[in-house]
Design a protein around this ligand. Structure first.
Ligand code: SF4
Length: 434
């Protein structure tokens, strides 16, 4: 997962918008970040290991310009810079190339050398083979198997492209004299951009001097929006492909309440992404929503820890149960998903039991995760997924709760308001259409 942000203005310096627009995508990637700008005197690029605000707040000088791209990454440093017959350019992307090894072999046979084995270097080299950026993106898209949303900064123009299946989200915003393209619209809200529309699956955009035009749409019979964006990945303030994330989460909670009614005293959430689901469950069931756990603001961020053991330790530290709310009560606890099950089993349930909760009913806002994502969200193997070889009843026993229920695929479709065939569901079905 990564966040990408691009902005172009007719006159003004965009650096502040670029910095903050990228910062508001921090939830999509926390290991590296980078900014690249153009001001008429060559393309500048700067990357850091760490978080956008922590690393760039005192390191923006010299990056002023009228156009720029930014990246928040979980995996590798981006943007990267390349020289080509179209001139120098910087590029960053979100997604995953499934046939990466094959493409690297092919490019090596053509005489290319590689500094990394990352997807972005392959994508950049493939695009650089085009006669221009648009033909380069089109030809790259014909060679890769996988998912992408990408932005390119050239001398004077920005290009943005979304793969023809629409896996990764991408949205356009505008304000006076400026156009922005971002992974999510939560980037726009505090910066004063209005949503124009989502980038269409297969669309290639050209942005120049704060003006936008569609230069190509790559055709496809199949659309596969990443369902997990609405369940967990995206920020709750975002609207993805026309559906506000917050509403989708509440709808999912309501579906769970209709499908699995229980007699309980309160409905709570595993914060933060379980909150929308819990509010939906509470509203539908008429059981009051309340804080069962709070997330302690000063705990360090579990996702920035280098090892799984350290991440588990931080996850344990950050959630505090509220004894006065839960002692002697029957609690419904909503979460977006269960991956390995260890946090639920070894942390949440232990804390609730220690605080003398009477019953715990876990409501999970998507079906059991049974397969890895090949399209850029997470690369966990099947054996890491606790649901891979367990029934729901076995999972309930393993986790140690009194009740466990999962949303079903139809609930996802109904809650997101899109037909199931337009939604990628591979991580639940273990069937891959692309
Ligand atoms: S496999 Fe799951 S996480 Fe990956 S794109 Fe599909 S729905 Fe999203």
């Amino acid at each position: 997962m990564c966040g990408i942000f691009a902005v172009s203005a007719a006159k003004d310096n965009i650096l502040d918008d670029l910095f903050l627009g990228t910062f508001y995508l921090q939830h999509r990637g926390q290991q590296y970040c980078g900014l690249s700008t153009y001001a008429g005197d060559g393309i500048k690029i700067r990357t850091h290991r760490g978080l956008v605000r922590a690393t760039f707040s005192d390191d923006l000088t010299g990056l002023e310009g009228r156009m720029g791209i930014g990246h928040a990454a979980l995996k590798d440093r981006q943007p990267i810079k390349l020289d080509s017959k179209m001139g120098e350019f910087t590029i960053c992307f979100e997604g995953n190339i499934i046939n990466l090894a094959e493409l690297i072999d092919e490019l090596k046979k053509q005489g290319h050398s590689f500094y990394t084995d990352s997807d972005i270097e392959v994508i950049a080299k493939l695009i650089a083979q085009g006669d221009d950026f648009v033909s380069g993106i089109e030809s790259m898209a014909g060679k890769i198997r996988g998912a992408y949303a990408l932005i390119i900064l050239s001398r004077g123009k920005i290009y943005a492209a979304r793969d023809k299946f629409g896996f990764r989200p991408m949205i356009i915003g505008k304000k006076d004299g400026a156009i922005a393209v971002a992974s999510e619209s939560c980037s726009f809200v505090n910066l004063g951009y209005e949503i124009v529309r989502d980038v269409r699956p297969g669309e290639i955009l050209e942005v120049e001097d704060g003006e936008l035009k569609t230069v190509k749409v790559l055709p496809s019979d199949l659309v596969q929006y990443c369902t997990f964006e609405w369940v967990y990945t995206a920020n709750v303030a975002s609207t993805i492909d026309g559906m506000p994330v917050d509403i989708a989460r509440r709808n999912l909670g309501a579906c769970l309440a209709r499908r699995y009614p229980v007699k309980a005293d309160i409905v709570g959430a595993v914060p933060n992404s379980g909150i929308g689901h819990a509010i939906g469950y509470a509203q539908e069931s008429k059981i009051p929503f309340d804080n069962v756990f709070i997330k302690y603001d000063y705990a360090s961020r579990s996702y920035t820890q280098p090892t799984q053991a350290e991440r588990d330790r931080e996850a344990k530290i950050k959630l505090i149960p509220i004894p006065a709310k839960i002692e002697g009560r029957k609690v419904v606890i909503c979460d977006d998903s269960i991956v390995r099950g260890t946090q639920m089993k070894n942390d949440l349930v232990v804390k609730l039991r220690k605080n003398k909760v009477k019953e715990i009913h876990a409501m999970i806002a998507c079906p059991p995760l049974r397969a890895p994502c090949l399209y850029g969200v997470a690369t966990r193997s099947k054996k890491e997924l606790v649901a891979h070889e367990k029934t729901v009843e076995q999972l309930r026993e393993y986790i140690g709760v009194d009740g466990l229920a999962y949303a079903e695929l139809e609930d996802l479709s109904r809650s997101i308001g899109k037909p199931l065939e337009q939604l990628c569901t591979s991580c639940w079905t273990d069937a891959y259409k692309v």
